[in-house]
Design a protein around this ligand. Structure first.
Ligand code: 1CP
Length: 343
């Protein structure tokens, strides 16, 4: 990694080092809130676009050019490595990932193949195209954590209740652990490709882990996520771990081996820091819905987030979850400018 990237405001904040201002990026900063994204995606399916290095490069750069964010995130999806490992799935517009034959039995789990790095060669290629374009702007690689990936595979698509997922977890813990162990292998292989290609940080998304109690998270989920995060320790780059509705899980998610814990808007960052401990940075946590309020409200809330983030050893400014498609992109740009002016 070049000295510039190692010294970037984003990586420094992840490490709890002094920075001139909090770095800013937005989850789902590349996506439907941008007219240039909607234009380039016209007639191209989501999975197809993730497999085309030219499109990945352009879409990843769009929010960097427009908003002046302090980090780029690779344009891809958490189900990309599953598709590359042979799972028959699609990303359906307006819905999300849909799996043709959900995984529910021991035979289904046994049929889940390992991810060969060559099967995601287009990700390696896209990152190598991106790095010179990004210059001093760090690139974040990412993957889905075993629980969140398992939820799509078992439910067959997005879920509100995770009933079938929990049925396997509680009803057949051995099968659950076998499945999550295979998913941890796939996730590690996918992240390793991105690390080898030169990303400056990784984010492990366990978006739906907030559906669990702390005890069940520690028992059924944390060991698998920990294997992924600790498996990347040798990479020497910041590891961010994020989920939604994880107020009671923040300590356990940090202990899984994260350098930075992502926090949603429900938990103030100063309170989150008390739960996470003094040796990890935090990321977050403006409510994405606040971006629809009058600017005075956006400004007040963004200032509050920055003030509360000072309780942590390091703070990466972000939303508490992804940018909503209807967001006015000009408000995002203004938020970046505002936070860059705050110390
Ligand atoms: O056609 C489209 O534009 C579809 C919308 C879309 C986009 C832009 C999907 C479908 N995925 C993506 C890209 C994506 N997915 C990124 C790009 C980088 C960026 O942030 O700019 C990232 C990081 C993801 C990760 C992802 N996919 C997560 C974890 C983050 C989160 O939001 O919690 C999850 C849960 C998914 C699954 C998924 N893919 C797409 C959708 C709509 C969903 C969620 C479905 C659900 O509600 O369960």
């Amino acid at each position: 990694m070049t000295k510039t990237l190692h010294d970037s405001v984003f990586v420094r904040a992840c490490r709890g080092l002094p920075v001139p201002h909090p770095p800013v990026w937005f989850m789902r900063q590349a996506g439907r809130s941008l007219p240039e994204y909607r234009k380039i995606r016209e007639g191209v399916g989501m999975l197809e676009s993730c497999g085309r290095p030219d499109l990945v490069t352009e879409i990843t750069l769009q929010p960097v050019r427009r908003h002046g964010v302090d980090a780029a995130i690779l344009f891809s999806d958490i189900v990309v490595p599953l598709a590359a490992a042979g799972v028959d799935l699609d990303i359906v517009a307006g819905t999300g990932p849909v799996v043709a034959s959900p995984i529910r039995t021991a035979a289904d789990v046994a049929g889940l193949r390992h991810l060969e790095p060559g099967a995601v060669g287009y990700v390696d290629e896209a990152i190598r195209m991106l790095l010179p374009e990004l210059g001093a702007v760090p690139l974040i690689g990412f993957a889905g954590a075993p629980f969140t990936l398992a939820s799509y595979l078992i439910e067959g698509g997005p879920s509100r209740t995770y009933l079938k997922t929990k049925a396997m977890m509680y009803g057949d813990p051995d099968l659950w652990n076998t499945l999550c162990s295979r998913l941890a292998d796939i996730t590690l292989a996918f992240l390793r490709v991105q690390v080898n290609a030169g990303v400056s940080a990784i984010q492990l998304f366990d978006s739906w882990a907030g559906a669990l109690s702390e005890a069940d998270y520690r028992r059924f989920v944390q060991p698998h996520s920990a294997r992924v995060l600790r498996g990347l320790e040798d990479a020497g780059i910041p590891r961010i771990h994020f989920g939604v509705g994880t107020a009671v899980l923040l300590g356990a998610m940090g202990e899984a081996g994260a350098d930075v814990v992502g926090v949603d808007w429900r938990t103030p960052l100063d309170r989150a820091t008390t739960m996470i401990g003094p040796d990890r940075a935090v990321q977050g946590n403006l409510d994405p819905a606040i971006l629809f309020a009058p600017w005075e409200v956006v400004e007040r809330e963004a200032r509050r987030v920055v003030a509360e983030g000072r309780a942590a050893p390091g703070h990466v400014f972000n939303l508490g979850h992804g940018v909503m498609p209807e967001t006015d992109p000009e408000v995002l740009t203004r938020v970046v400018e505002l936070v860059h002016g705050l110390r």
